[in-house]
Design a protein around this ligand. Structure first.
Ligand SMILES: *[C@@H]1O[C@H](CO)[C@@H](O)[C@H](O)[C@H]1NC(C)=O
Ligand SMILES: *[C@@H]1O[C@H](CO)[C@@H](O)[C@H](O)[C@H]1NC(C)=O
Ligand SMILES: *[C@@H]1O[C@H](CO)[C@@H](O)[C@H](O)[C@H]1NC(C)=O
Ligand SMILES: *[C@@H]1O[C@H](CO)[C@@H](O)[C@H](O)[C@H]1NC(C)=O
Ligand SMILES: *[C@@H]1O[C@H](CO)[C@@H](O)[C@H](O)[C@H]1NC(C)=O
Ligand SMILES: *[C@@H]1O[C@H](CO)[C@@H](O)[C@H](O)[C@H]1NC(C)=O
Ligand SMILES: *[C@@H]1O[C@H](CO)[C@@H](O)[C@H](O)[C@H]1NC(C)=O
Length: 505
C-alpha cells in the first residue's frame, strides 16, 4: 500500500474554510457561505444575536522587532463595553487571542467569554490575528500572501506583540491602565494565550488556554499521539467501525489502480469532478475523521459542520449498518456523509477545496509551527507512515520558498522540561482539555502548581468549554467551566488585593 505524503491539513488546528474563501461583502458575517457544494447554509446558530460588538480598526506596526519604516496595517478588533465596571473600579478586560481565521467566527464560537462578562463586570475584546480575516498588511490578502517576503511577518511572536501593543494603547485611551487583563484562547489561540501570559506577565494577569497543544513540537510528545487519539475515538464506539476504516485505505488504493478505477471512486463518493488521485480522496476522508474527533461534542453542534451529538457514534452506526464485508467503500461513503452531508443539502462533494492556493496556516506550518506527526501501524486506523522532516521541508520549500525552523518554537517559548519550567516561572494559567480531542495529546494535562492548572474532561472535545452554555451540557462540562470561573475570580481578587495594599486604596 502506498504511503500518503505527510498530510498538511492535519496541521490545521481549525478548519480554515474561512481563510480559503476570501469572503464577499455579503458573506462576511457568514463564514460558511461559499460556492462550495459541501458547505451548508448558515443557520441562526452561527449568528448569535446576544453577542453584540463594535468593530474597530487599529493602525498596527508590521514589524515589532525591527525599526523598518514599513506602512502600518489595520488590525481589526471587536469590542463590547456593555457590562464593563469601568476604569475607576478597575473593571477587568477579557481579551480573546485571535486564531488563524476570521475573528467574528471565533467570537461567535466563544460564547463562554461573552457569558462571563456580565458577572465579572468585564470589557470584552477580540483582536484579530494578522494575515487573517480583514487584518491584512499591504492593503489586501492577495498582496499580503504574495510571496515569502510579504508573508515574513506572519508569525506568532508578531501576533502576540500586536495584542500587547493594542491592549496597552486601548487601556491608555480608556484611562484603564489599572484594569486587569485576562487572556482567553482556544486551539492555536489557546497556545497564544498561554504564551502571552508567559511572555507578557506585566500585561495580562492570567490565561485560560483551551485545547492548546503547546507540546506538539519536536519529540516532546510521541509523534503518533494525534492519530492514535482520533483512532481511539472511533474504536471506543465500535471496533468493527475502526477495522472497516483501517481496511478501507488499501481498498481505495487498489480500486484506484484499476482501469476506470478513479471514475468508479468518484461515482461512489458522489464527487463533483474527476478524481485526480486516490491521495486526494484519502486526504478528504482523513480530514473528516480528524475533524470529527475534534468536534465529538456531547450535543448537536454547528462548529465546523452541522452535526448530531457525539457524531462519531453516528458515523460508526452508518459504517456498521451495512457491514457484510463486501462493500467497504459504500460503508465509508455512508459514514463520512454524516460529516459532510448531515443536513442532506450537498449535491456533490468537491475535494478541490483550496482554489486560492496558500492558506495562512500552511505558511505558519512551514516556518515555525512544525508539528511532527506519524501514524502507527498497529494502533492507528490511518495508513501507516513515518514523519519525514526532509520531505516536509522540501514541500515547504516548493510551496513557499522557505525552510522551516522546527526548533524555533521551543527555543522561543519552551516546551522541553515544561513541568519544572512552568512550575518555577509560570502562574495563573489554566490548560483545559477534553480527552476526545486529538490535540489534547500535545497539551498540558497535569497540574503543575497551585496556579498552573490542568482541567481535563474524559468526554470533552476541542475547546468545548469555550462554547456557549446549552441546556444539554453534561454535568462534567458545567463543573469544568465552574472551576475555570473560580480560578479566574481568584486571580482577579488577588490582583485587587495586591493593588489595594500597594496603593493603600
Ligand atoms: C440570548 O440570551 C438569552 C438570555 O440569556 C437566552 O435565553 C437566549 O437563548 C440567547 N440567545 C441565543 C441565540 O443564544
Ligand atoms: C515579493 O513581492 C513584492 C511585492 O510585489 C516584491 O516587491 C518582492 O520583490 C517579491 N519578493 C520576492 C522574493 O519575490
Ligand atoms: C486610541 O486612540 C487613538 C486616537 O483616537 C486611536 O488612533 C487609536 O486607534 C486608539 N487605540 C485603539 C486600540 O483603539
Ligand atoms: C446528501 O444527502 C441527501 C439526502 O440524503 C442526498 O439526497 C444527497 O444525494 C446527498 N449528497 C451527496 C453528495 O451524497
Ligand atoms: C504491532 O503488532 C504486531 C503483531 O501483534 C507486533 O508483532 C509488533 O511488535 C507491533 N508493533 C509495534 C510497533 O507495536
Ligand atoms: C524522507 O524524504 C526524503 C526526501 O523526499 C527521501 O529522500 C528519504 O528517503 C525519506 N526518508 C525515509 C526514511 O523515508
Ligand atoms: C488540578 O487541580 C484542580 C484543582 O485546582 C482539580 O480540580 C483538577 O482536577 C486537577 N487536574 C488534574 C488533571 O488532576
Amino acid at each position: 500500500m502506498t504511503k500518503p505524503k505527510p498530510l498538511f491539513h492535519t496541521l490545521l488546528l481549525i478548519l480554515p474554510i474561512i481563510a480559503l474563501f476570501p469572503s464577499s461583502p455579503e458573506s462576511r458575517r457568514l463564514p460558511f457561505l461559499g460556492k462550495h457544494s459541501l458547505l451548508h447554509k448558515p443557520t441562526n446558530n452561527i449568528i448569535n444575536s446576544n453577542y453584540t460588538y463594535e468593530i474597530r480598526y487599529f493602525q498596527q506596526t508590521l514589524d515589532h522587532f525591527s525599526f523598518d519604516d514599513r506602512p502600518k496595517f489595520p488590525q481589526r478588533y471587536l469590542i463590547n463595553t456593555d457590562h464593563w465596571a469601568g476604569p475607576s473600579r478597575m473593571g477587568p478586560i477579557f481579551l480573546y487571542c485571535g486564531n488563524e481565521g476570521d475573528i467574528e467566527w471565533f467570537a461567535v464560537n466563544s460564547g463562554f467569554v461573552w457569558e462571563l462578562a456580565p458577572s465579572f463586570g468585564a470589557l470584552v475584546i477580540f483582536p484579530e490575528h494578522r494575515y487573517y480575516g480583514e487584518s491584512m498588511p499591504y492593503g489586501s490578502r492577495d498582496e499580503a500572501y504574495k510571496n515569502a517576503s510579504t508573508l515574513a511577518h506572519l508569525t506568532a511572536e508578531q501576533a502576540l506583540a500586536d495584542y500587547a501593543v493594542l491592549i496597552t494603547d486601548l487601556k491608555r485611551n480608556l484611562s484603564a491602565e489599572a484594569s486587569p487583563v485576562i487572556l482567553f484562547g482556544g486551539s492555536y489561540g489557546g497556545m497564544l494565550a498561554a504564551w502571552m501570559r508567559l511572555k507578557y506577565p506585566h500585561i495580562a494577569i492570567g490565561a485560560l488556554a483551551a485545547s492548546a497543544p503547546i507540546l506538539q513540537f519536536e519529540d516532546i510528545v510521541p509523534l503518533e499521539t494525534f492519530y492514535n487519539i482520533v483512532s481511539n475515538d472511533f474504536r471506543r464506539e465500535s471496533t468493527s467501525c475502526f477495522d472497516t476504516i483501517k481496511k478501507s485505505w488499501a481498498v481505495i488504493t487498489s480500486v484506484g489502480q484499476k482501469v476506470n478505477g478513479l471514475d468508479h471512486l468518484a461515482e461512489t463518493f458522489h464527487l463533483c469532478g474527476k478524481l485526480k488521485s486516490t491521495y486526494d480522496l484519502s486526504n478528504w476522508l482523513d480530514s473528516a475523521y480528524s475533524y470529527l474527533a475534534m468536534v465529538d461534542y456531547p450535543y448537536p453542534s454547528d462548529f465546523l459542520m452541522p452535526l448530531p451529538a457525539y457524531p462519531i457514534k453516528e458515523v460508526c452506526k452508518e459504517i456498521d449498518r451495512s457491514a457484510d464485508g463486501t462493500n467497504v467503500l459504500d460503508q465509508i461513503f455512508k459514514g463520512v456523509s454524516v460529516y459532510y452531508n448531515y443536513t442532506g443539502e450537498a449535491d456533490c462533494f468537491d475535494l478541490d477545496d483550496d482554489p486560492h492556493g496558500m492558506s495562512g496556516w500552511d505558511w505558519q506550518a512551514c516556518t515555525e509551527m512544525v508539528m511532527p506527526m506519524s501514524s502507527d501501524k498497529n494502533s492507528s486506523m490511518f495508513p501507516e507512515w513515518a514523519y519525514n522532516y526532509t520531505s516536509y521541508a522540501e514541500e515547504c520549500f516548493n510551496n513557499f520558498g522557505v525552510k522551516p525552523r522546527p526548533t524555533w518554537i521551543t527555543t522561543e517559548f519552551g516546551g522541553h522540561d515544561y513541568k519544572s519550567v512552568l512550575k518555577t516561572f509560570g502562574s495563573n494559567i489554566i490548560f483545559s482539555n477534553g480527552l476526545l480531542d486529538p490535540w489534547s495529546g500535545g497539551s498540558v494535562l497535569e497540574n503543575i502548581s497551585d496556579s498552573v492548572v490542568a482541567l481535563v474532561t474524559e468526554e470533552g472535545a476541542h475547546h468545548l468549554d469555550l462554547r456557549a452554555a446549552t441546556a444539554d451540557d453534561p454535568d462534567w462540562l458545567v463543573a469544568q467551566r465552574a472551576s475555570e470561573v473560580k480560578l479566574i475570580k481568584g486571580w482577579i481578587d488577588d490582583y485587587y488585593t495586591t493593588k489595594k495594599s500597594v496603593f493603600n486604596m
